[in-house]
Design a protein around this ligand. Sequence first.
Ligand SMILES: [Fe+2]
Length: 272
Amino acid sequence: MLDVKIKKLSKYLGVEISDINLSKLTLLDFKKIDELLLKYHFLCFKKQKLSPQNQIKFSKFWGELEISDTLPIDKKFKEVSYIIREACDVKCYGGGWHFEYGAHKIGAMGLVLHALEIPETGGETQFINMINMYEKLSFEDKQLLENVKVKKKLSHKLAQKYASDKFLNKMKKIEFENIVPIIKVHPKTNQKILNVDIGFTDSIIGEKIKNKNKLLNKLKDNLNNSEFIYTHKWEVGDVIFFDNRCVLHKAVDNYNSRRVIQRTLIKENSIE
Ligand SMILES: [Fe+2]
């Protein structure tokens, strides 16, 4: 790879990468970026000007891309969508800890987000590395959660909480649920991941655990521990690429001016 500078962004995830132009990458560069993603789970490339076409080219190295049925999509390049908040919007899109597509049968491998317009203050996005959250569990909790399943659920009520009507009206299907392991394994690194978020994780399934609600609430409460949260303060030109298989994210609802993020979503290849 070209001689790039890497700066760690937080204790548990993320690096900032400068001196690289994402519009002009070689195959070797892609492979190196993949290595960095698997090591740090969150990459931020500074001062980029990524056209929709080049964002698709970059994202496709990792897999097939989604065409969003919820967000506005690019007229010409349909795999590119836009997260747009206007000054008059009352709700912020994605304001609770979640894996993207967290209740779907086939989720998202990763997201590429390119900042086009950013408010002068606020509008951050927060991230948590759930490999780390698994590692921080007590030995007893790790034993207890082995082979336990959870119900992941998307309901109309939940969607209403985190998305405006203009998004909800476009969603083809809102109500669905899936039963998945509470500890999942990263398909590339084999690291264990605590598969709990606030939005989609509805309940613990089965008889193995007695105080299921209490335990799930404790796991959810741990997500409020600021020690584990990385808050990204966007700058125009930032391109963020994060591994959605192990990283939770949340939009911070603290601004009232226009914000535009150019987005691509890489689908998971299979159920993992
Ligand atoms: Fe999201």
